[in-house]
Design a protein around this ligand. Structure first.
Ligand code: ZN
Length: 549
């Protein structure tokens, strides 16, 4: 299939393809802020493809370019990352320490907590389809919340591939918060009626999901990536073309179609809410999740990511053209919730022989039982979630300290573990400041540590260790690559700002995603008095003047 603009197909179905152009009256504050998160768009992928861009990502490179942005914290996952973008704060302050954590005190049987759920609703569990979507764990206001507090007429609308992306960027009082859904195309919080625009956009997406898609042609720019890489005896990645059977929602999500669908919905919502047409500044939040699903499913080095990057650029270009045609004076900020890295199998082929998967023998359960037996402690000794271990609550204070010491010793004894620390040690550290490039591993972990939500013991894997064992990665349909580590390949993301006619510049030194919120607040003259944040305003004016207060 040749280059298709999925966004245009859906926009045409909604009768929104070609709005009439009007001349924009450029004012001091833009009338619309468009904030885009591209899930798992690492600084490395951006560096690899930025020269090949001709669409939306080429346009944004004509603005203020920060190629060394940092999701500075250690838990480089989707929910914490999205929580930093429009709050100006590290996960330690936003409270979103991970996608999932454990709360042994929960009354429900499932002690795991999903970052974007209300676990106190009866009959829920943290698993997909069983939880009640909620923003209650986000402990701080978002830019949208502050805009609405100052100007109640300000409108805030969010649409994303994932609920946690939309929810964490939208905040507590958005007008509409939407994410992709297998059945209805788009959905929102339970018992929330969708706007007519969202219903129509969702129906168009559901029709797209129900339609089969032929394989994409491989453009010449991707030819060098088209090399098969075996993972175990039955699975190969690296040469995919995104052919899809009708009704296959999961395959839809992990393909360029999904971002086109979300961008089409965003354009429709812009029109439906008349965003940018009032006296105030409005906020349109967009979470593009396909890059992440593609990275998890195929790694970052094959034909699949190449096709995804070219499509992302193209779809975003079409979206900006549709925005241009409305005449609304808009400003764009684009970043990612975390970086990512390639599968060890391809990394080993490409001059990184140390890349490996977690040892098949690595078992936290075995370690728990061993330590419990050695110290005469109750089992299970802890609940593990990611790199956080939550000790059994029946332990006495003395037993707890002994268990922590023994677990730190056992963890640091493993050849693939870089660091193990107690929660108490992290709690005693101040939040790190200064350049995130020079933070220690413990400082990175501190920036996504919260004393009420993080574990009693935390650990980090060494660099170039993928925490998906080969036996799991080799299974059909299972993820082969991931992110979440404390290492820079997972922390570094591009940060781009663009507005019509702005003078372009590039700042290669590190900045942080927590800087985005104060930067945008300054752009619209929103004072941040009495709001505690970790970021700083980035001056977007190339000359001597400044966009910061
Ligand atoms: Zn993510």
């Amino acid at each position: 299939m040749p280059f298709t603009h999925y966004i245009l197909t859906i926009l045409a179905a909604l009768g929104l393809a070609l709005p009439v152009a009007v001349t924009a009256q450029v004012q001091s504050a833009p009338k619309l802020l468009v904030v885009i998160s591209v899930d798992q768009l690492s600084a490395d992928i951006f560096a690899e493809y930025r020269g090949k861009m001709t669409g939306g990502l080429a346009r944004l490179q004509g603005g203020a370019v920060f190629p060394a942005g940092y999701q500075a914290h250690g838990a480089t996952e989707t929910c914490p990352g999205h929580s930093t973008i429009l709050t100006g704060s590290h996960p330690a302050r936003t409270g979103i320490i991970a996608n999932l954590w454990a709360d042994p005190a929960l009354t429900r049987a499932d002690k795991k907590v999903y970052c974007a759920e209300d676990p106190n609703v009866a009959g829920t569990a943290s698993g997909s389809g069983q939880y009640e979507p909620s923003v209650k764990h986000l402990l701080v206001p978002t830019l949208g919340d502050l805009m609405k507090a100052r100007t109640p007429a300000a409108k805030v609308v969010a649409v994303a591939g994932k609920d946690r992306a939309a929810i964490m960027m939208a905040g507590h009082g958005a007008d509409e918060v939407l994410w992709l859904d297998a059945r209805s195309g788009l959905t929102s919080y339970r018992d929330t009626a969708l706007s007519p625009t969202a219903v129509a956009a969702g129906a168009a997406i559901a029709r797209a999901v129900a339609t089969a898609r032929p394989a994409l042609d491989l453009p010449v720019q991707c030819a060098a990536h088209d090399i098969p890489v075996p993972i175990g005896p039955q699975k190969t990645v690296g040469t995919g073309r995104f052919a899809r059977d009708p009704g296959t929602f999961r395959a839809f999500l992990a393909s360029p179609e999904a971002d086109g669908a979300v961008l089409a919905a965003a354009a429709a919502l812009r029109a439906g809410y008349r965003l940018g047409e009032g006296a105030q500044t409005d906020l349109l939040i967009i979470g593009l999740s396909a890059t992440d699903y593609v990275g998890h499913s195929y790694g970052t080095g094959g034909s699949e990511m190449c096709l995804q990057m070219l499509a992302l650029d193209r779809e975003m270009g079409a979206f900006f053209k549709a925005l241009d045609a409305t005449g609304v004076d808009y400003a764009v900020a684009l970043t990612a919730d975390h970086g990512g890295h390639d599968i060890p199998e391809r990394n080993r082929q490409n001059a990184l022989p140390a890349a490996e998967r977690i040892d098949a023998s690595f078992s936290l359960g075995t370690m728990a039982d061993k330590v419990a037996d050695a110290l005469g402690l109750p089992k299970p000794l802890f609940i593990a979630e990611g790199g956080d271990l939550y000790l059994n609550r029946s332990l006495t204070a003395t037993q707890r300290i002994a268990a922590q010491a023994e677990l730190v010793k056992a963890l640091t004894g493993h050849r693939q573990i870089a660091a193990a620390l107690t929660g108490d040690a992290l709690a005693a550290m101040p939040l790190p400041t200064g350049s995130p490039a020079s933070w220690s591993v413990a400082e990175r972990m501190r920036a996504s540590f919260h004393p009420q939500r993080s574990g009693d013991v935390l650990f980090a894997l060494k660099a170039d260790v993928t925490p998906i064992a080969e036996a799991e990665a080799a299974q059909p349909g299972r993820y082969v690559a991931t992110h979440g580590s404390v290492w820079d390949y997972d922390r570094r993301v591009p940060i781009l700002f663009w507005r019509k006619a702005m003078a372009s510049f590039e700042q290669p030194n590190p900045v942080m995603t927590v800087d985005i919120m104060p930067t945008l607040a300054a752009l619209i003259g929103l004072p941040l008095v009495g709001v505690a944040i970790d970021g700083r305003c980035l001056d977007l004016v190339a000359g001597a003047a400044s966009s910061c207060p």
